[in-house]
Ligand binder design. Structure first.
Ligand SMILES: *[C@@H]1O[C@H](CO)[C@@H](O)[C@H](O)[C@H]1NC(C)=O
Length: 155
């Protein structure tokens, strides 16, 4: 229970932290890949995926998807250097305004990796699910696709 409160505090604190990659490139809000465009079709901002997407598959009937971002990806969130990682392959089930059974996105906080298991769109907010804990923050924090650290831009 104590951990849940810590996590919630951590997730809420992210609301106020501008991503450095966004600050460097404030007008880059066009979907960089077809996978990002697909996210917007389902009511999600492109910033949920890093810019390095190589390929993706989506079953339009079941909503099952898999995204290949070319390698595992690390994003440091300033100023407190919270770390988020994306696995090379991210999988889940997408429906309008709802991503479930998510696998491959984790945040490091309080000496532990936390898997983001689902994401919901709720008005102007995104609701992140980490197990039984949820945290809501404004979707416009994710208007731009973050860059991966330690990787060269895909050509
Ligand atoms: C897509 O999902 C449907 C429903 O679960 C399934 O019947 C179908 O076989 C899937 N198609 C592919 C190509 O996996």
């Amino acid at each position: 229970m104590e951990r849940s409160v810590f996590l919630l505090t951590f997730l809420l604190s992210l609301c106020t932290i501008p991503f450095s990659s966004r600050a460097e490139n404030p007008k880059n809000t066009q979907p960089p890949t077809a996978a990002h465009a697909e996210l917007t079709n389902y009511g999600f901002p492109i910033g949920l995926l890093p810019s390095s997407v190589r390929s993706y598959t989506l079953n339009q009937t079941s909503g099952d998807f898999a995204v290949d971002i070319g390698g595992s990806c690390k994003i440091t969130l300033p100023p407190d250097n919270y770390l988020a990682t994306y696995s090379k392959k991210i999988t889940g089930k997408i429906d309008q305004g709802r991503i479930a059974e998510l696998d491959g996105i984790r945040v490091w906080a309080f000496f532990k990796w936390w898997s983001i298991s689902g994401i919901r769109s709720s008005g102007d907010d995104l609701v992140f699910e980490v197990g039984m804990v949820t945290a809501k923050y404004p979707a416009n924090n994710f208007d731009e696709s973050p860059l991966c650290e330690g990787k060269h831009a895909a050509s």
